[in-house]
Design a protein around this ligand. Structure first.
Ligand code: PAF
Length: 287
Protein backbone atom coordinates (compact mmCIF):
# COMPACT_ATOMS: atom_id res chain seq x y z
CA UNK A 1 0.00 0.00 0.00
CA UNK A 2 1.30 3.46 -0.90
CA UNK A 3 0.81 6.23 1.65
CA UNK A 4 0.87 9.76 0.25
CA UNK A 5 0.05 13.06 1.87
CA UNK A 6 0.50 15.63 -0.90
CA UNK A 7 -1.86 16.41 -3.76
CA UNK A 8 1.13 16.61 -6.12
CA UNK A 9 2.11 12.98 -5.40
CA UNK A 10 -1.39 11.54 -5.55
CA UNK A 11 -2.28 13.37 -8.77
CA UNK A 12 0.83 11.92 -10.41
CA UNK A 13 -0.07 8.39 -9.28
CA UNK A 14 -3.63 8.77 -10.54
CA UNK A 15 -2.40 10.05 -13.90
CA UNK A 16 -0.29 6.89 -14.23
CA UNK A 17 -3.19 4.60 -13.24
CA UNK A 18 -5.44 6.30 -15.78
CA UNK A 19 -2.79 5.96 -18.50
CA UNK A 20 -2.79 2.22 -17.79
CA UNK A 21 -6.59 2.20 -18.20
CA UNK A 22 -7.23 1.32 -14.54
CA UNK A 23 -10.53 2.18 -12.86
CA UNK A 24 -10.44 3.96 -9.50
CA UNK A 25 -12.69 3.39 -6.50
CA UNK A 26 -12.59 6.02 -3.75
CA UNK A 27 -13.42 5.60 -0.05
CA UNK A 28 -13.35 8.98 1.74
CA UNK A 29 -13.08 8.69 5.53
CA UNK A 30 -12.16 10.61 8.65
CA UNK A 31 -10.17 7.64 9.93
CA UNK A 32 -10.49 5.63 13.16
CA UNK A 33 -11.51 2.84 10.82
CA UNK A 34 -14.06 0.18 11.66
CA UNK A 35 -15.71 -2.68 9.81
CA UNK A 36 -18.11 -0.27 8.08
CA UNK A 37 -15.20 1.47 6.32
CA UNK A 38 -13.54 -1.85 5.53
CA UNK A 39 -16.73 -3.09 3.86
CA UNK A 40 -16.61 -0.03 1.58
CA UNK A 41 -13.01 -0.97 0.69
CA UNK A 42 -14.00 -4.52 -0.10
CA UNK A 43 -16.88 -3.32 -2.31
CA UNK A 44 -14.52 -0.97 -4.13
CA UNK A 45 -11.97 -3.79 -4.52
CA UNK A 46 -14.53 -6.00 -6.22
CA UNK A 47 -15.75 -3.20 -8.54
CA UNK A 48 -12.54 -1.30 -9.42
CA UNK A 49 -8.87 -1.96 -10.26
CA UNK A 50 -7.47 0.49 -7.70
CA UNK A 51 -8.88 1.53 -4.31
CA UNK A 52 -7.89 4.88 -2.86
CA UNK A 53 -8.87 5.74 0.70
CA UNK A 54 -8.53 9.23 2.16
CA UNK A 55 -8.19 9.91 5.88
CA UNK A 56 -8.86 13.53 6.71
CA UNK A 57 -10.71 14.91 9.72
CA UNK A 58 -12.35 17.82 7.98
CA UNK A 59 -12.58 20.89 10.24
CA UNK A 60 -15.17 22.53 7.96
CA UNK A 61 -17.88 20.01 8.80
CA UNK A 62 -17.66 20.48 12.58
CA UNK A 63 -19.59 23.34 14.17
CA UNK A 64 -18.41 25.41 17.14
CA UNK A 65 -18.47 23.27 20.29
CA UNK A 66 -18.58 20.00 18.32
CA UNK A 67 -15.99 17.26 18.66
CA UNK A 68 -13.36 18.24 16.02
CA UNK A 69 -10.49 18.39 18.54
CA UNK A 70 -11.37 15.16 20.29
CA UNK A 71 -12.54 13.21 17.21
CA UNK A 72 -10.82 9.80 17.65
CA UNK A 73 -7.58 9.48 15.68
CA UNK A 74 -5.13 6.57 15.43
CA UNK A 75 -3.24 6.70 12.16
CA UNK A 76 -0.92 3.73 12.90
CA UNK A 77 -3.86 1.42 13.52
CA UNK A 78 -5.68 2.84 10.45
CA UNK A 79 -2.65 2.16 8.22
CA UNK A 80 -2.59 -1.47 9.36
CA UNK A 81 -6.32 -1.97 8.86
CA UNK A 82 -6.38 -0.21 5.47
CA UNK A 83 -3.47 -2.29 4.18
CA UNK A 84 -5.04 -5.57 5.38
CA UNK A 85 -8.37 -4.61 3.79
CA UNK A 86 -6.72 -4.11 0.37
CA UNK A 87 -6.40 -0.32 0.01
CA UNK A 88 -3.87 0.45 -2.75
CA UNK A 89 -3.27 4.11 -1.92
CA UNK A 90 -3.90 5.83 1.40
CA UNK A 91 -4.16 9.61 1.04
CA UNK A 92 -3.50 11.41 4.34
CA UNK A 93 -3.34 15.15 3.61
CA UNK A 94 -3.12 17.69 6.42
CA UNK A 95 -5.33 20.76 6.69
CA UNK A 96 -2.84 23.04 4.88
CA UNK A 97 -2.64 20.61 1.98
CA UNK A 98 -6.39 20.65 1.28
CA UNK A 99 -7.07 24.23 2.40
CA UNK A 100 -3.79 26.07 1.70
CA UNK A 101 -5.47 29.46 1.81
CA UNK A 102 -8.84 31.01 2.64
CA UNK A 103 -11.01 29.63 -0.23
CA UNK A 104 -12.18 32.19 -2.79
CA UNK A 105 -15.36 30.19 -3.55
CA UNK A 106 -17.53 28.01 -1.37
CA UNK A 107 -19.79 25.05 -2.06
CA UNK A 108 -23.17 25.10 -0.36
CA UNK A 109 -25.62 22.20 -0.12
CA UNK A 110 -29.01 23.80 -0.72
CA UNK A 111 -31.29 20.78 -0.86
CA UNK A 112 -31.96 17.92 1.58
CA UNK A 113 -30.21 19.80 4.39
CA UNK A 114 -33.01 21.49 6.35
CA UNK A 115 -33.97 18.28 8.19
CA UNK A 116 -32.29 15.59 10.33
CA UNK A 117 -28.55 16.30 10.88
CA UNK A 118 -28.69 19.32 8.56
CA UNK A 119 -31.15 21.00 10.93
CA UNK A 120 -29.30 20.14 14.11
CA UNK A 121 -25.76 20.75 12.73
CA UNK A 122 -26.03 23.97 10.66
CA UNK A 123 -23.27 24.24 8.05
CA UNK A 124 -22.24 20.58 8.49
CA UNK A 125 -23.18 19.52 4.95
CA UNK A 126 -21.56 22.62 3.42
CA UNK A 127 -18.32 21.38 4.98
CA UNK A 128 -18.93 17.86 3.65
CA UNK A 129 -19.66 18.97 0.06
CA UNK A 130 -16.71 21.39 0.10
CA UNK A 131 -14.16 18.75 1.11
CA UNK A 132 -15.67 16.16 -1.24
CA UNK A 133 -15.57 18.60 -4.17
CA UNK A 134 -11.84 19.06 -3.51
CA UNK A 135 -11.24 15.32 -3.10
CA UNK A 136 -13.29 14.39 -6.19
CA UNK A 137 -11.28 16.94 -8.21
CA UNK A 138 -7.96 15.57 -6.97
CA UNK A 139 -8.78 11.86 -7.22
CA UNK A 140 -11.23 11.82 -10.15
CA UNK A 141 -12.68 8.45 -9.07
CA UNK A 142 -14.90 6.28 -11.27
CA UNK A 143 -16.89 5.19 -8.21
CA UNK A 144 -17.10 6.61 -4.66
CA UNK A 145 -18.34 4.62 -1.68
CA UNK A 146 -20.36 5.82 1.33
CA UNK A 147 -22.04 4.03 4.23
CA UNK A 148 -25.82 4.07 4.41
CA UNK A 149 -25.63 4.84 8.15
CA UNK A 150 -25.06 8.42 7.01
CA UNK A 151 -28.13 8.24 4.76
CA UNK A 152 -28.58 12.01 4.62
CA UNK A 153 -24.93 12.40 3.62
CA UNK A 154 -25.49 9.90 0.78
CA UNK A 155 -28.55 11.88 -0.40
CA UNK A 156 -26.66 15.20 -0.26
CA UNK A 157 -23.56 13.77 -1.99
CA UNK A 158 -25.71 12.34 -4.80
CA UNK A 159 -27.08 15.87 -5.20
CA UNK A 160 -23.51 17.26 -5.26
CA UNK A 161 -22.31 14.81 -7.93
CA UNK A 162 -25.42 15.45 -10.04
CA UNK A 163 -25.45 19.26 -9.72
CA UNK A 164 -21.73 19.80 -10.29
CA UNK A 165 -21.38 17.00 -12.86
CA UNK A 166 -18.67 15.11 -11.01
CA UNK A 167 -18.11 12.05 -13.19
CA UNK A 168 -18.14 9.64 -10.27
CA UNK A 169 -20.83 7.12 -9.42
CA UNK A 170 -21.98 7.46 -5.80
CA UNK A 171 -22.45 4.03 -4.29
CA UNK A 172 -24.04 3.50 -0.89
CA UNK A 173 -23.31 0.39 1.10
CA UNK A 174 -25.50 -1.07 3.83
CA UNK A 175 -24.87 -0.20 7.48
CA UNK A 176 -22.60 -2.62 9.31
CA UNK A 177 -23.80 -3.43 12.83
CA UNK A 178 -22.49 -4.95 16.04
CA UNK A 179 -24.11 -8.28 16.99
CA UNK A 180 -26.64 -6.47 19.18
CA UNK A 181 -27.68 -4.19 16.30
CA UNK A 182 -25.74 -1.02 17.21
CA UNK A 183 -24.51 0.63 14.01
CA UNK A 184 -20.70 0.64 13.81
CA UNK A 185 -19.35 4.16 14.22
CA UNK A 186 -16.00 5.73 15.08
CA UNK A 187 -17.82 7.64 17.83
CA UNK A 188 -18.96 4.45 19.66
CA UNK A 189 -15.66 4.57 21.59
CA UNK A 190 -17.00 7.60 23.44
CA UNK A 191 -19.83 5.58 25.03
CA UNK A 192 -19.55 4.68 28.72
CA UNK A 193 -20.16 0.99 29.59
CA UNK A 194 -23.68 1.84 30.71
CA UNK A 195 -24.42 3.81 27.49
CA UNK A 196 -22.99 1.00 25.37
CA UNK A 197 -25.55 -1.40 26.84
CA UNK A 198 -28.35 1.11 26.17
CA UNK A 199 -27.38 2.20 22.65
CA UNK A 200 -28.72 -0.88 20.74
CA UNK A 201 -32.23 0.27 21.73
CA UNK A 202 -31.94 2.92 18.99
CA UNK A 203 -31.94 0.36 16.18
CA UNK A 204 -34.52 -1.89 17.87
CA UNK A 205 -36.87 1.06 18.33
CA UNK A 206 -36.36 2.23 14.71
CA UNK A 207 -37.24 -1.27 13.47
CA UNK A 208 -40.43 -1.49 15.50
CA UNK A 209 -41.40 2.10 14.68
CA UNK A 210 -41.08 1.42 10.94
CA UNK A 211 -43.49 -1.51 11.35
CA UNK A 212 -45.92 0.61 13.37
CA UNK A 213 -45.79 3.27 10.63
CA UNK A 214 -47.29 0.75 8.17
CA UNK A 215 -50.39 0.17 10.24
CA UNK A 216 -50.81 3.24 12.42
CA UNK A 217 -48.94 6.06 10.67
CA UNK A 218 -46.26 8.57 11.50
CA UNK A 219 -47.35 9.94 14.89
CA UNK A 220 -47.81 6.48 16.39
CA UNK A 221 -44.42 5.36 15.05
CA UNK A 222 -42.63 8.39 16.46
CA UNK A 223 -44.39 8.12 19.81
CA UNK A 224 -43.32 4.48 19.99
CA UNK A 225 -39.69 5.44 19.33
CA UNK A 226 -39.79 8.13 22.03
CA UNK A 227 -41.35 5.72 24.50
CA UNK A 228 -38.66 3.06 23.86
CA UNK A 229 -35.89 5.62 24.20
CA UNK A 230 -37.27 6.92 27.51
CA UNK A 231 -35.44 4.03 29.20
CA UNK A 232 -31.97 5.17 28.07
CA UNK A 233 -29.83 7.94 29.49
CA UNK A 234 -29.28 9.67 26.10
CA UNK A 235 -31.56 12.43 24.79
CA UNK A 236 -33.28 12.27 21.42
CA UNK A 237 -31.90 14.95 19.12
CA UNK A 238 -34.36 14.10 16.33
CA UNK A 239 -36.62 11.30 15.13
CA UNK A 240 -38.20 11.84 11.70
CA UNK A 241 -39.91 9.89 8.95
CA UNK A 242 -39.29 11.33 5.47
CA UNK A 243 -39.20 10.31 1.83
CA UNK A 244 -35.86 8.94 0.66
CA UNK A 245 -33.68 10.26 -0.92
CA UNK A 246 -35.64 13.54 -1.30
CA UNK A 247 -36.06 13.95 2.49
CA UNK A 248 -39.52 15.50 2.24
CA UNK A 249 -42.54 14.98 4.49
CA UNK A 250 -44.22 11.92 2.94
CA UNK A 251 -47.66 11.92 1.35
CA UNK A 252 -49.79 8.80 0.99
CA UNK A 253 -48.42 8.08 -2.47
CA UNK A 254 -44.78 8.07 -1.34
CA UNK A 255 -43.49 4.55 -0.91
CA UNK A 256 -39.75 4.78 -0.22
CA UNK A 257 -39.20 6.23 3.22
CA UNK A 258 -36.52 6.68 5.84
CA UNK A 259 -36.96 6.67 9.59
CA UNK A 260 -33.90 8.33 11.08
CA UNK A 261 -32.83 9.32 14.56
CA UNK A 262 -29.98 10.99 16.41
CA UNK A 263 -29.46 10.40 20.12
CA UNK A 264 -27.11 12.44 22.27
CA UNK A 265 -25.23 10.57 24.98
CA UNK A 266 -22.80 12.33 27.28
CA UNK A 267 -19.79 12.27 24.92
CA UNK A 268 -21.24 10.79 21.72
CA UNK A 269 -24.06 11.74 19.41
CA UNK A 270 -25.16 8.58 17.57
CA UNK A 271 -27.22 8.43 14.38
CA UNK A 272 -29.00 5.53 12.74
CA UNK A 273 -31.76 4.93 10.20
CA UNK A 274 -33.79 2.37 8.33
CA UNK A 275 -34.88 2.83 4.74
CA UNK A 276 -38.10 0.98 4.04
CA UNK A 277 -40.79 0.67 1.43
CA UNK A 278 -44.54 0.84 2.06
CA UNK A 279 -45.42 -0.90 -1.20
CA UNK A 280 -47.06 -4.26 -0.80
CA UNK A 281 -45.03 -6.99 -2.42
CA UNK A 282 -46.71 -8.39 -5.51
CA UNK A 283 -46.76 -12.14 -5.61
CA UNK A 284 -44.69 -13.59 -8.43
CA UNK A 285 -45.85 -16.56 -10.39
CA UNK A 286 -44.11 -18.66 -13.02
CA UNK A 287 -47.31 -19.10 -14.96
O1 PAF B 1 -18.48 10.34 6.39
C1 PAF B 1 -17.39 10.87 6.65
O2 PAF B 1 -16.50 10.28 7.26
C2 PAF B 1 -17.14 12.30 6.18
O3 PAF B 1 -18.29 13.06 6.26
C3 PAF B 1 -16.51 12.39 4.78
C4 PAF B 1 -17.43 11.83 3.71
C5 PAF B 1 -15.19 11.62 4.76
C6 PAF B 1 -16.22 13.85 4.43
O4 PAF B 1 -15.33 14.43 5.32
Amino acid sequence: MNIVSTTREIKKMIKDYKKQGKTIGFVPTMGFLHEGHLTLVSKSGSDCDITIMSIFVNPLQFGPGEDYDRYPRDIERDIELAEKAGVDVLFTPDVNELYPAEPSVSVKAVERTDVLCGASRPGHFDGVVTVLSILFNIIDPDKSYFGQKDAQQVAVVKGLAGSLHFPTEIISVETIREQDGLAKSSRNVYLSDQERTEAPVIYQALKTASEIYMTDGSNAAIEHFKHELSTVSGDIDYIEILTYPELQVPSESDTRLIIAAAVRFERARLIDNIIFTTEEETACSDQ
